[in-house]
Write a protein that binds this ligand. Structure first.
Ligand code: EPZ
Length: 419
């Protein structure tokens, strides 16, 4: 298994181009199943999770070709079956996103239950309940969700918890349903908005995406289209924190600054100077030690849970005491234990981490447990004295395209060690 060896202590300086968003690419590739002809998707990041969903589409018989610069073409009309096997789903829980499209387009789906993961139990009860409300005959047996529907019928759905992929699955299912569907308490993430725009580019009737009430007017068929995925706001936020934690100067390019409002508020509170352009953001923390900030995660547009671990790392070396409250997932503090091994002063109390900044960290061998925890360990390694080896970085390869190349461009001393 590969690891990343990082020698800390260098303030990062430079600019980095941000890739397409993983969490928009996954639902959009799943949504290609809805089309009655070929679909072409551009700005797709080269990530393990993307490879996994491409494998899944191919496994079902869709014709998938990968063009230059990761332009992906999917033709779902060659589909042979509607089964998403455990062997693939267990490696990426977002595979559940094929459930809604398969059911809506082909009238049947057999999708393995994803099971839990390091950050929590991650149930899919709201996905299942919503599909039942749309008229699906759906039950779980032998670890698989078995679903059938002649044709789904539009309905008013009220989600009692804000769920990103739940909103996405139900929006995709409703796209070809008979009649109108209303999703109340819908997720408002930019990735949900991007999926809605993609569905509409194929001829769907989605309105209200980005608000907590999404209305989908079902149509008879969806046609192929060309589409480009939006930039990854979490990748962008991660590189901005890399600039802040090393007291450097970092510009992220090819971003949508308006998707990072809650993160930029906290970076400014930590003492960073932030300049915003049309499609770039520049952070300057040169010559200063970050100040501690308090963070409470919640659904968009509030502070994103996917940036929580990165801010925990920033607080570890900041001046003062910062609290991190995780309200979305029940076990998203796995990085804390590893940061403590590097000298962090953190007290965990339920879903709150109280972090007293220390003036230095020492490099250490640490282990990645989930995608964003891995990112926080890399960030800590960038500022620690000496060498840090982050092991099991297949977690990081799921969500960060060419991370060592991008960090090297910013002046980091980092190398991938195989084996
Ligand atoms: C999406 O996961 C993202 N993944 C996650 O990003 C992100 O952390 C999360 O949204 C929250 O923003 C993708 O988009 C592929 P949820 P998702 O359903 O949809 C509960 C990353 O690092 N819930 O919004 O699985 C659930 O337990 C990944 O890129 C139910 O109870 O998250 C959680 O407490 C990690 N029942 C809360 O809702 C359900 O049926 C929010 O989860 C569904 C969810």
């Amino acid at each position: 298994m590969d690891s990343l060896k990082i020698t800390g202590g260098t303030p990062l300086e430079g600019e980095v181009r941000i890739s397409g968003a993983k969490n928009a690419t996954l639902p959009i590739l799943a949504a290609t199943l809805l089309a009655n002809g070929p679909v072409s998707i551009a700005n797709v990041p080269h990530l393990r999770d993307v490879t996994t969903i491409i494998e899944l589409l191919g496994h079902m018989g869709a014709a998938v070709t990968i063009g230059e610069r990761m332009r992906i073409e999917v033709n779902p009309t060659t589909l042979r079956h509607c089964r998403a096997p455990y062997e693939l789903v267990r490696t990426m829980r977002a595979s559940i996103l094929v459930l809604g499209p398969l059911l809506s387009r082909f009238g049947q789906a057999e999708v393995s239950l994803p099971g839990g993961c390091a950050i929590g139990s991650r149930p899919v009860d709201l996905h299942v309940a919503g599909l039942k409300a749309l008229g699906a005959d759906i039950h779980v047996e032998n670890g698989y969700i078995q679903a059938r529907a002649e044709r789904l019928r539009g309905a008013r759905l009220v989600l009692d918890t804000v769920t990103v992929t739940g909103t996405e699955n139900l929006m995709m299912a409703a796209a070809l349903a008979d009649g109108e569907t209303i999703i109340e308490n819908a997720a408002r993430e930019p990735e949900v908005v991007d999926l809605a725009a993609f569905l509409n580019a194929m001829g769907a009737g989605v309105t209200g995406a980005g608000t907590d009430t999404i209305v989908i007017a079902g149509v008879e068929a969806l046609h192929g289209t060309d589409y480009a995925v939006l930039p990854d706001r979490i990748e962008a936020g991660t590189y901005l924190v890399a600039g802040a934690i090393t007291s450097g100067l970092v510009r992220v390019k090819g971003v949508r600054p308006e998707h990072l409002d809650a993160v930029l508020i906290k970076l400014r509170a930590s003492g960073a100077d932030i300049v915003i352009g049309e499609d770039w953001i520049e952070l300057d923390m040169r010559g200063r030690r970050p100040r501690s900030v308090d963070v409470r995660t919640a659904p968009y547009p509030a502070f994103p849970t996917d940036m929580q671990a990165q801010f925990a790392a920033l607080n570890v070396i900041a001046d003062g005491v910062g609290t991190i409250v995780e309200t979305v997932f029940e076990n998203r503090f796995m990085h804390i234990l590893e940061l403590q091994r590097m000298g962090a002063n953190i007290r965990l109390q339920g879903n709150t981490a109280v972090i007293r900044g220390v003036d230095h960290l020492t490099g250490a061998p640490v282990m990645a447990t989930d995608l964003r925890a891995s990112a926080s360990l890399v960030l800590a390694g960038l500022v620690a004295e000496g060498d840090t080896t982050v092991r099991r970085i297949y977690h990081i390869d799921r969500g960060y395209e060419c991370i060592e190349e991008k960090l090297e461009l910013l002046g980091a001393r980092i190398e991938r060690v195989s084996g």
